[in-house]
Design a protein around this ligand. Structure first.
Ligand code: DGY
Length: 419
């Protein structure tokens, strides 16, 4: 075990709040949905019991309609805005009112495959709630075919250029006074701007007014866009849930139906002008017209093609480290601002799972080596400038530590699903 392995374990332990793990101290003081799933994956390399507990705590916050929220506010923390009072969802424990990329079934399968005997009881316990969550995505977010999001935060790729056209249609002028907290923790030039934030809060206020009724939010909310990133994550997650269901002797035909419908809908997010998968604004019918890392999650769902390969190599070769979150040759590229250009180890790892499964081991090992270099040079930061490796955002970050332990670092052979 190397000293970076030790450091990564230490970060997970220090961010452990007892049954759930925060993404990083200060900036993100609660349980975030997909961060927590990556935390579980990281823990699974040295403390499987704690790993399964993480997933169980997350799924315990599931709403009655099947939604698994993007933040669970286990205890109040004045260092974060917007907190539970702003979301006002009326849940116990308090939660936000939107979801996040459904990576849980993907990681659950990897954890179970690492030790099927010990994992069986856990997948049996998790399966019904995972299936209810996938049904929620199908019923409430896939009504137009591919997966739609009702708030950029639901995509997990908060301020990526994919959402610019949808954001332009959101009126943030009436949100009133509020005090951002994120810019007190990290350099404001690495975070979304004030106009973006006003609109984020306006969307939350709409959800509160709609009583967080998912049908009303999809029908009348200020923002609704098809998200290639979530679409591919969900498609892969459906497939992995089918495998888990079959192992348990369950009837998986309903999930197979959701997966087939989603795969058949992929042409709707193929933008022929861009020669890539693209986000689409459902309020206007327009494509976003920008290439981002969400499109490359197609590799995770076995949905790539030669045109996408060409785009991947173009944007990857234009930088020095990993897959940039936005096209480095486009005017909107901003290499240190959150999702508008930086390279994210966690996205690299998801793309790498797909590359590995497709037998494209040369690309997978290049991506792994570049991701490892970023972490070896600078430590466990939230994200990195892909042109010069400058570390960005929060430090001691849970999911970067998890990605080191499971995929990018020396201990990766322990994550049997990926090495
Ligand atoms: C934030 O507060 O920036 C989060 O990403 C929202 O989920």
């Amino acid at each position: 075990m190397t000293s970076l392995d030790n450091e990564a374990r230490d970060i997970l332990r220090k961010n452990d709040r007892g049954g759930y793990t925060i993404p990083t101290n200060g900036l993100y003081p609660y349980q975030w949905n997909w961060d927590s799933v990556f935390a579980a994956w990281g823990f699974s390399t040295f403390d499987p019991a704690r790993a399964w507990q993480e997933l169980e705590t997350l799924m315990a916050a599931q709403w009655e309609d099947g939604m698994v929220p993007h933040i669970i506010f286990h205890q109040s923390d004045p260092g974060y805005y917007p907190g539970p009072d702003v979301w006002a969802t009326g849940q116990t424990p308090p939660t936000s009112g939107i979801s996040q990329p459904p990576v849980a079934a993907i990681i659950t399968r990897l954890m179970w495959e690492a030790d099927k005997e010990a994992g069986r009881a856990h997948i049996k316990a998790l399966y019904p709630s995972l299936k209810r969550w996938h049904r929620w995505w199908h019923d409430f977010r896939c009504t137009y075919g591919p997966a739609a999001i009702t708030h950029p935060w639901e995509s997990g790729r908060d301020n990526c250029p994919d959402w610019d056209k949808g954001m332009a249609g959101v009126d943030g002028s009436g949100v009133g006074e509020y005090q951002r907290r994120d810019t007190g923790h990290v350099d404001p030039s690495m975070r979304p701007g004030k106009d973006d934030y006003d609109r984020y809060i306006a969307m939350v206020q709409f959800g509160v007014k709609a009583g967080w009724d998912p049908e009303r939010i999809v029908a009348d909310g200020p923002f609704l866009m098809l998200d290639p990133g979530i679409t591919f994550v969900l498609l892969r997650a459906h497939q992995d849930l089918i495998v888990l269901g079959q192992a348990l002797g369950e009837d998986v035909s309903e999930i197979e139906g959701w997966a087939l419908a989603l795969r058949n809908a992929l042409p709707l997010i193929w933008n022929p002008e861009l020669q890539a998968y693209d986000a689409k604004n459902l309020r206007t019918g327009e494509f976003a017209g920008v290439l981002g890392s969400g499109a490359f999650l197609a590799y995770l769902a076995d949905a790539s093609n030669p045109e996408l390969d060409a785009q991947l190599m173009r944007i990857w070769d234009a930088v020095r480290y990993g897959i940039p979150s936005a096209d480095p040759e486009a005017a909107i590229f901003d290499p240190r601002r959150y999702w508008r250009g930086p390279c994210w180890p966690v996205i690299n790892a998801l793309i790498a799972i797909g590359l590995r499964d497709a037998g494209r081991l040369d690309l997978e090992s290049r991506l792994r080596a570049e991701t490892a270099t970023l972490i070896e040079q600078h430590g466990f930061f939230e994200y990195f400038d892909p042109t010069d490796s400058t570390p960005c955002g929060g430090s001691n970050f849970t999911w970067t530590a998890a990605i080191w332990l499971t995929w990018a670092g020396d201990g990766r052979e322990r994550a049997k699903g990926v090495a």
